[in-house]
Design a protein around this ligand. Structure first.
Ligand SMILES: Cc1cc2nc3c(=O)[nH]c(=O)nc-3n(C[C@H](O)[C@H](O)[C@H](O)COP(=O)(O)OP(=O)(O)OC[C@H]3O[C@@H](n4cnc5c(N)ncnc54)[C@H](O)[C@@H]3O)c2cc1C
Length: 394
């Protein structure tokens, strides 16, 4: 089958990888003019880790990754106020856990198909017309083309979803937070292999030191902190972060100064996507486009690669019966993904506590993670993947 895939992030290239293995012909369409590396930092583990292993990219992913030692909550003077050793994640996951920039994971996936799958960078899908024998896809640039299927792997704000299923607001569940992230070079202080997090009610900022003297910062704040409409461009986003964090204390002054010099800033609502169906006719969705779990799940990339793997596997097994493949793909994954979405929503209150008492309770609870039995129980409960990865023999 010829398959148009919109989005070369995490899910798109994974889908292309497994479609190639099944003898299909994927074409990726990515809005960014080049493949983007770096970006915010993610934890990669669980069932997606196994998919990466089956793709043969695990050694490269681990080499790009970091073995974090500590999650440290600090107070306004930078003194430790709570936290725990990150060993607990590796112990619970049998050392199958690594931390790395999201774009670096995506790049390792993309490298596995580079030169073998056509990729249209700096382009998008602008229309999809389904007919009896396939789909006619129109692009932002260039002539229309015919495909057997069109798949949206274009993230939380998917254009393919908009085109096929309707406006995003029908499917988006806002979790009450905004998140922002940027990378800076030469920022000090640095704490190698520590995730250093500072919180005041409703606001949280974290810094993670990377190789080559780089640091990634992540801001999370409650939606109520932002007055006025959502910012639309880089300058407006920076202004909002100043408005919310200027008086927050700790290193916020220095961090905001570093942000002012940054040419790039991730800024978005923290949301989930919940749909009644992940496909319609010859159009399917995968990754955040289909069922974003949000950053609160800490596993969106792992789930995106898993969905892509299962979708490609089912397509290869079903022969020409794409309808049955899309049905089986969704039936296999929906209960698992919905459970992940539910547990992420349950976490929302403790992620960036809205009150001083909430912060104190969160820090005390984090201390309990220092007790191995408690940590294994809590992390095992929240992080275990209740999903048997099928083997499609690809
Ligand atoms: C701050 C933050 C922290 C996170 N932390 C973690 C974590 O610790 N662990 C974890 O596993 N997950 C984490 N996640 C979630 C994870 O990043 C996502 O779930 C994952 O990237 C989803 O992959 P995807 O391929 O579906 O979408 P994306 O990675 O968003 O990729 C979508 C791609 O589509 C392209 N695109 C978008 N629109 C169009 C268009 N119209 N036309 C063409 N191309 C388009 C984009 O440029 C992009 O390349 C975090 C997310 C955030 C925001």
């Amino acid at each position: 089958m010829k398959v148009a895939i919109c989005g070369a992030g995490v899910a798109g290239p994974t889908l292309a990888h497994w479609l190639l293995r099944g003898g299909h012909e994927p074409v990726l369409v990515e809005q960014s003019p080049t493949f983007r590396t770096g970006g915010y930092v993610i934890d990669f583990w669980g069932v997606g880790y196994t998919v990466a292993e089956r793709m043969g990219i695990l050694p490269a992913v681990r080499a790009a990754g970091y073995t974090m030692q500590e999650l440290r909550f600090v107070d306004g003077r930078g003194r430790k106020a709570g936290g725990f050793s990150a060993d607990v994640f590796r112990r619970t996951m049998g050392d199958r856990f690594t931390t790395l920039p999201r774009g670096d994971l995506a790049a390792e996936i993309y490298r596995s198909i580079e030169g073998r799958a056509e990729t249209l960078f700096g382009n998008t899908i602008s229309a999809i017309d389904e007919h009896k024998a396939g789909v006619r896809v129109s692009f932002g640039k260039g002539a229309d083309r015919e495909f057997d299927l069109a798949i949206g792997a274009d993230g939380l704000h998917s254009a393919v979803r908009d085109l096929t299923f309707g406006a995003e607001r029908q499917f988006e569940k806002q979790l009450g937070y905004f998140a922002a992230a940027f990378e800076a070079e030469g920022y000090h202080p640095r704490d190698d292999l520590a995730y250093v997090s500072y919180g005041v009610p409703g606001r949280q900022v974290a810094r993670i030191a990377l190789r080559e003297n780089r640091t990634v910062f992540l801001f999370v704040f409650t939606s109520g902190r932002m007055s006025g409409r959502e910012p639309r461009d880089l300058d407006e986003r920076k202004a909002v972060l100043h408005q919310v964090f200027d008086d927050a204390g700790w290193e916020c002054g220095g961090i905001l100064q570093a942000m002012d010099k940054s040419p790039d800033l991730y800024f978005d609502r923290v949301s989930q996507i919940s749909m009644d169906a992940w496909s319609k006719g010859r159009v399917g969705l995968v990754g955040d486009a289909a069922a974003c779990v949000s950053l609160l799940a800490g596993e969106g990339t792992g789930l995106a690669v898993t969905e892509a793997y299962v979708l490609a596997g089912e397509l290869s097994h079903a022969g020409d019966d794409y309808r049955e493949a899309l049905r089986r793909y969704e039936a296999r994954l929906r209960p698992f993904i919905e459970a992940k979405q539910k547990s992420a929503r349950n976490l929302a209150a403790s992620f960036a506590p809205k009150t001083a008492i909430g912060l104190w309770v969160r820090n005390q609870a984090a201390r309990l993670m220092g007790i191995p039995m408690v940590a294994d129980l809590l992390i095992g409960r929240d992080m275990r993947d209740d999903f048997a990865l099928p083997d499609y023999g690809l």
